[in-house]
Design a protein around this ligand. Structure first.
Ligand code: CA
Length: 230
């Protein structure tokens, strides 16, 4: 069972988050005080995700995040009433993985929680390379190697992340929203069109016939499906 630590000093919000995470099947530890949360930071690795309010009495969420990062790479999702760019960037610079301004949709919170936990899972089990047709993606160097000719091509970080997401969700339909959430977080959202362009580019690289793709399929009105036929 996945363990989530929720640090939030507003009792009704804390209770609402806890209840809904438990309904989703997560095990939840709650904390309503900044200083107590600093103690938890030393044990950050026992959690699969930490949801952290920025504005806390005595010790701010930013300080707690800094302390967590000295111990652990556990995903951190910031909650804050201060939706300003400066605050968001401060959080991300300290190593937060995502940022959700208050007030937020419960559904959006849960979506992000699932994405962050899946990303963590993926990072733990992901292999070093991915073979697609006659080409091999090397995740550590961002390269695609043509196995016949040895020709190498460089991908961008986002392209690599998108391929890793597809790898972890092979044979499943992945929605545009999920891709946006996983790759762009709460950054300025690109449009669905941006993702279409990524896919068009993948087809150019990996498909023999881009019009009849074997690997990167469009699911009309929903998103994409990655398959690796034998
Ligand atoms: Ca607060």
């Amino acid at each position: 069972m996945y363990e989530i630590l929720v640090v939030e000093d507003e009792p009704s919000l804390l209770e609402m988050i806890q209840l809904n995470l438990e309904l989703e099947g997560f095990s939840v530890t709650t904390c309503n005080h900044g200083r107590k949360a600093l103690e938890w930071a030393a044990e950050a690795d026992r959690f699969d995700l930490i949801i952290l309010d920025v504005m806390l009495p005595e010790v701010s969420g930013l300080d707690i995040c800094r302390a967590i990062r000295q111990q652990s790479d556990v995903p951190v999702l910031f909650l804050s009433a201060k939706g300003t760019t400066v605050d968001r960037i401060a959080g991300l610079k300290l190593g937060a993985n995502d940022y959700l301004p208050k007030p937020f949709d419960l559904e959006e919170l849960l979506l992000r929680v699932h994405v962050l936990i899946r990303t963590k899972e993926k990072n733990t089990v992901s292999s070093e390379t991915l073979k697609i047709g006659g080409k091999e993606v090397v995740f550590s160097t961002f390269e695609v190697v043509d196995l016949a000719s040895g020709a190498r091509q460089l991908l961008t970080k986002r392209e690599i992340e998108l391929l890793q997401l597809f790898q972890s969700r092979k044979d499943q339909v992945v929605s545009r929203d999920e891709i946006l959430g996983a790759l762009w977080g709460n950054d300025q959202y690109p449009t669905g069109r941006t993702i279409d362009n990524y896919i068009l580019n993948f087809r150019k690289i990996f498909e023999k016939d881009a019009k009849n793709p074997l690997y990167f399929h469009s699911i009309r009105g929903v998103g994409y499906k990655f398959t690796l036929p034998e």
